[in-house]
Design a protein around this ligand. Structure first.
Ligand code: ADP
Ligand code: MG
Length: 219
């Protein structure tokens, strides 16, 4: 599904540029479930953002589904994100003034779906996440685990083939974490390709393969 070849990423700080990712080589097959682990500051989020086409890279190649992801126009990048990728963040990133249903429906607006289609699809996803009684709740009226399930429903709304999750259980207690991991396991069983950043060896054990990164290198 995707392949990184000698990928490098630096950030500019004033006149100097600091290399964050060095010579990353990584292939991910369709329907793999991968844990990405490494110390804080090792480059996990940077790598995930590049995979999600939220950020660009300097050198090397990133191939996604046979297409080189380099210097895409913002429109093309947005098309790929919409078509392929669902993103789940540690801090949920829900819009606080929108209900659960409205948060999930939002990405579907950009696909040009009617209000009726968006509402039906969002209700079905929230129900799948065990949130059938919570359609009209605001994020502040939900527990952490429930908020993350709304965020996952939103990530799934566009039917992405690749799900990228940056420490999705990082802000959750252990029982909510287990719920979220059960959701990811089900999605994987149903055919999704998943890359999940985690600090937790127990979380990593529930995936098929662990990729370890240290100082910006895959080790
Ligand atoms: N926008 C940025 N500008 C400069 N340095 C950054 C930026 N984002 C991240 N970094 C640096 O890149 C390194 C890797 O960060 P990050 O990918 O967030 O690591 P991780 O997710 O593994 O904790 C860190 O040293 C961080 O300070
Ligand atoms: Mg990070």
């Amino acid at each position: 599904m995707l392949r990184l070849i000698d990928l490098q990423k630096s950030y500019r700080l004033g006149q100097t540029s600091i290399a964050i990712l060095h010579q990353i080589n990584l292939s991910i097959e369709s329907n793999e479930f991968i844990a990405l682990m490494g110390p804080s500051g090792s480059g996990k989020s940077t790598l995930l953002n590049i995979l999600g086409i939220l950020d660009d890279y300097d050198q090397g190649e990133y191939w996604l589904d046979g297409t080189l992801m380099k210097s895409l126009t913002e429109t093309r990048a947005a098309q790929y994100r919409n078509r392929f990728i669902g993103f789940v963040f540690q801090s949920f990133n829900l819009l606080s003034h929108l209900t659960a249903l409205e948060n999930v429906a939002l990405p579907l607006r950009y696909l040009g779906q009617s209000l009726h289609e968006r509402t039906n699809c969002s209700k079905s996803l929230l129900t799948q996440m065990g949130l059938e009684g919570r359609f009209h709740h605001l994020p502040t009226e939900l527990s952490g685990g429930q908020r993350q399930r709304v965020a996952i429903a939103r990530a799934l709304a566009t039917r992405p083939r690749l799900i990228l999750a940056d420490e999705p259980t990082g802000n959750l207690d252990s029982s909510a974490s287990r719920e979220i991991l059960d959701v990811f396991s089900t999605l994987h069983r149903d055919g999704a390709t998943i890359v999940l950043v985690t600090h937790d060896e127990e979380v990593a054990r529930r995936t098929q393969r662990t990729v370890r990164i240290r100082d910006g290198r895959v080790v």
